[in-house]
Design a protein around this ligand. Sequence first.
Ligand SMILES: Nc1ncnc2c1ncn2[C@@H]1O[C@H](COP(=O)(O)OP(=O)(O)OP(=O)(O)O)[C@@H](O)[C@H]1O
Ligand SMILES: [Mg+2]
Length: 609
Amino acid sequence: MNSLQMTPDEIFQEARDRESQESEVWDLKDLIRICLHHRWLIGYCAAGFLALSIFYSLFASKTYEAISTVELPASAQSANDAIRTLASLPSTGDPIQTYLDVGNSNSVAEYAIQKLNLTQNPLFRYFSFIHFAFEHPTVQQLTTYLMKNIVSVTNNKNSDLLVIQVDQKKDAKLAADIANAWAEGFIAVNLAISQESAQRQYVFIHSQLGLMAKKLATDRDLKSNYLNPSNEYQSDEVIYNLLLQQDQQAEIEANADNSGIVVVDHAEVPEKAKWPKLIICVILGLFLGLFAGIQSAYLIERFQDRIKMDEDLKRASGITQLGQIPDFRHENGKQVVSSTELFSPHHLISDEKFRFSSYHESFKVFRTNLNFSHVDRDPRAIAVLSSHSGEGKTLVNSNLALVLAELGQKVLLVDADLRKPSIGVMFGVATPKESGLPMLLAGRGKLEDMVVDSGIPNLTLLPNNTIPPNPAELLGSGTLKRVLDDMKSKYDYVIFDAAPVLPVTDSILLSTSLDGVVLLARWNKTRRSDFRRAFQQLRNARATLLGTALNAVEVRAGLYGYGYGYGYGYGHGFGNKGNNGNSRNNGSNGKGEKGSEKKIPQIPAERPK
Ligand SMILES: Nc1ncnc2c1ncn2[C@@H]1O[C@H](COP(=O)(O)OP(=O)(O)OP(=O)(O)O)[C@@H](O)[C@H]1O
Ligand SMILES: [Mg+2]
């Protein structure tokens, strides 16, 4: 659907959908900006984790690794297999797996525990909550503990080697002792098993041999009597000889004191701890610190919900950004204004110190973009609005009026904030009695009698010092249209400084009569949700939204998108030659007096109720 055919609600919904989609997938640019903005936080996190990891690697209890290796007999099971086949005994399965199971058996663990008297070793004491005291473990407890946490017996596929690995905390020698004792225990247990199984085989074969001897004697008798025509006698004789051979072998095996398993490598006492390793800890600490820092920065951004980048405006509204105004107090990283005044002519771009500033330049860009914002007709009655108070509406409207006047256009700046008028104070001019927009709307005078000369060529002011009891009614009345037409017939541009959008309806009512409005956000102050709400309200009122603008961007924080400097606005035919110079020069002394010498009345910071 074309955006022109969409209802305000649909446009807003689309913008909101887009924001929720986009805000979930923060792109790399956002991430880099956030990282740069929160670089100190990320740096502190990384440094903190680094310090912790170094501390840990130096002071955490060390783990020592000791390894012993044993070689298994390559054909340990092969001789037995023939007998098993012959005797129809069940197969014992994968021999290597059997050795692994033996290596991880309680018997081997108990052998090592007994040999090293580990139950009495203080390293294995534990705190018993039942007796509320430290106790030595039982053999069973220690067996479980060793097998779970300390010892691992593994085998590399395609090899006859069994690796016994011990990871022991604090005591390097103990690690080696356990590994060696475990290997010894493994050999002893295997020897006992093979002796026992050889003994059983010997008994079985021996009994078979006896039976076969009897059968052979019978066969011989039958043969001599010619009663046995077959060759049974010969075949029985072959079986008898085989059994005799196996019987002798089984007897030897049953009495053998060697299981065929040999220790290939005895465990050495490790010189260095396996863990913690300084370099790994440092890398891990740094990595974790950076991760924690970036995560915190991301959460802060999310939690604060403040507008900080031009993308935020785009996401929340979906319309073009027309301007980005820097914080005028800083230029090129230096403080140029230290004033604590709320409003002052010295804060306006007409002040000499801003002649070549990025602050002044940003308003030229704003002016250029504003001129191109509406293709059909030039918007002439404009207001820069914002969601809340203190976001810079008065300052931006005043500067916009000034920068338009620089082009030689006749500009009227109207104080339409009927609750907290401030244009008079901003320009340091006195407001005549019985004048201002409320009076005009009430039909109590003529425009030409109420306007005040700003002291700047082409710029006329309509300040106000009357706070009417019914501002919304006045701004919503049909008279506004007539007054507006009158203003537009006398001036090229009429700029309205109005109240904030969210707390009161004045601006919404006003916006419907204007040619267009710009929605302003203050960098790092305006909440995205408020900006969206203000945008929605203006949309609902069918105000012509020309675009958005971001105010008071900290150039020092340049990361947040204040990317353009001088020259961006040139080339569009809106150069500042001619009138521009005059207006600047005259800006401060148009009436033969310097702006700085004017007495600047102060107004209360709080909005009058
Ligand atoms: N770009 C800027 N750089 C530094 N300070 C700024 C900037 N814009 C506005 N301020 C300061 O912020 C304060 C509030 O500005 P301003 O009064 O213009 O806001 P406002 O939106 O009109 O507020 P209100 O709705 O209460 O009238 C003023 O002290 C002004 O000097
Ligand atoms: Mg204001």
